[in-house]
Write a protein that binds this ligand. Structure first.
Ligand SMILES: *Cc1c(COP(=O)(O)O)cnc(C)c1O
Length: 354
């Protein structure tokens, strides 16, 4: 099916202007994008076209009432020279959960995966070799132009890509947020919808002004339980076990989180998904029971947490060495994607290169 998607190639590739040795996250957008439009109750004419501006009015409903949903996943060039798209089906399922929450039309898994396939075939020169990768950004947004507060009848589905360098996050200083809220149960926290991010900027900016890198979000009711770390899921190693907050409607169901939870038992680590209280974290840090804390997300895979501030007191964690769980699981994930380890979970969508 990939080859049945029409392609309009750019006349002027920008690849030679791209500094592949200095890839700032999301700075360079590849030559092409996939576009499909929704109207009259269905998705029409999916095509690959040159990436660039699109004509639309400032009255499109996405801008006013926030019907805008996105995904983020990665493609790698594996050891055989083939292209590996990591967990495309899982990202497609999550996109549809987000779309449903926002009353937007779903995108079939076939359309999602074949759209990525077609786009990557056209822009394969943009897929850097390891340890760099290609970040894939699908987005769906409401394009009907009118002022009434209503569910849009028209949408665009666009997939763009961007080559990204290896992302070594410096250890983060985080602050347990005890005033602002990212998401409440029953709200839209589990959806990757635009408004969640706009609303998180202000508390994150205030935390940065206080010298922190990120906020550890807590539950909206009492700020008693940990939800997430900025735009990553959060995980702790305590007493040799991997502990992470159980999913709720306020927590984004991260694919990296899910992958790590599946890999941990194969590495001899037991996992616990449950409510994690701020008090438990504070006690665990005081007594040295918690040996690791990290964020989990597609961009960095794992981002070590160096310190956690709880009600004004900073608790420090040691820098994770090569034998730490977070570094071992990061290597394992990488090996699976690169084809150095068998893909026993069927996570890789492979586009073979002839
Ligand atoms: C995207 C995202 C994550 C991480 O999800 P991955 O699928 O692992 O990239 C976690 N939290 C939030 C709020 C996110 O937007």
């Amino acid at each position: 099916m990939a080859t049945s998607i029409p392609v309009e190639r750019t006349k002027q590739s920008r690849i030679s202007e791209t500094d592949f040795n200095n890839l700032e996250f999301g700075k360079y957008i590849s030559d092409h994008m996939l576009v499909a439009s929704y109207s009259n109750g269905r998705w029409n004419d999916m095509k690959v076209v040159p990436y660039g501006p699109m004509a639309m009015t400032p009255a499109i409903l996405a801008l006013h009432y926030g019907q805008s949903v996105f995904e983020g996943l990665k493609a790698f060039r594996n050891n055989d020279g083939d292209i590996c798209v990591f967990r495309a089906a899982r990202h497609s399922q999550r996109l549809n959960k987000s779309l449903e929450r926002m009353c937007m039309p779903t995108v079939s898994e076939e359309m999602f995966v074949q759209g990525i396939h077609a786009l990557l075939e056209v822009d394969q020169a943009w897929i850097p070799s390891s340890p760099a990768s290609l970040y894939i950004r699908p987005i769906v947004f409401a394009t009907e132009s009118r002022f009434g507060v209503k569910v849009s009848d028209e949408y665009l589905f666009v997939i763009m890509t961007s080559p990204v360098g290896p992302y070594f996050s410096k250890p983060l200083r985080v602050k347990v947020e005890d005033h602002f809220v990212r998401a409440a149960e029953g709200g839209t926290g589990y959806a990757k919808c635009a408004g969640n991010y706009g609303g998180a900027f202000y508390p994150t900016m205030l935390a940065r002004d206080q010298g922190f890198d990120q906020v550890l979000w807590t539950d909206a009711r009492n700020h008693e339980y940990i939800d997430e770390a900025g735009v990553m899921n959060v995980m702790f190693v305590a007493d040799g076990k991997l502990i992470t907050p159980a999913l709720s409607s306020a927590i984004l169901d991260g694919v990296t989180r899910d992958s790590i939870l599946q890999l941990a038992p194969t590495m001899g680590i037991t996992t616990e998904e449950r409510r994690v209280s701020v008090e438990e974290i504070q006690r665990g840090l005081e007594r040295g029971i918690i040996t690791e804390a990290f964020g989990a997300g597609t961009a960095a895979v794992v981002s070590p947490i160096a310190s956690i501030s709880i009600r004004g007191v900073d608790y420090h964690l040691p820098e994770p060495g090569p034998d730490s769980f977070q570094q071992r699981v990061k290597r394992k994930l990488n090996d699976i994607r690169m084809g150095l380890e068998p893909d026993v979970f069927g996570w890789n969508y492979i586009i073979r290169q002839s």
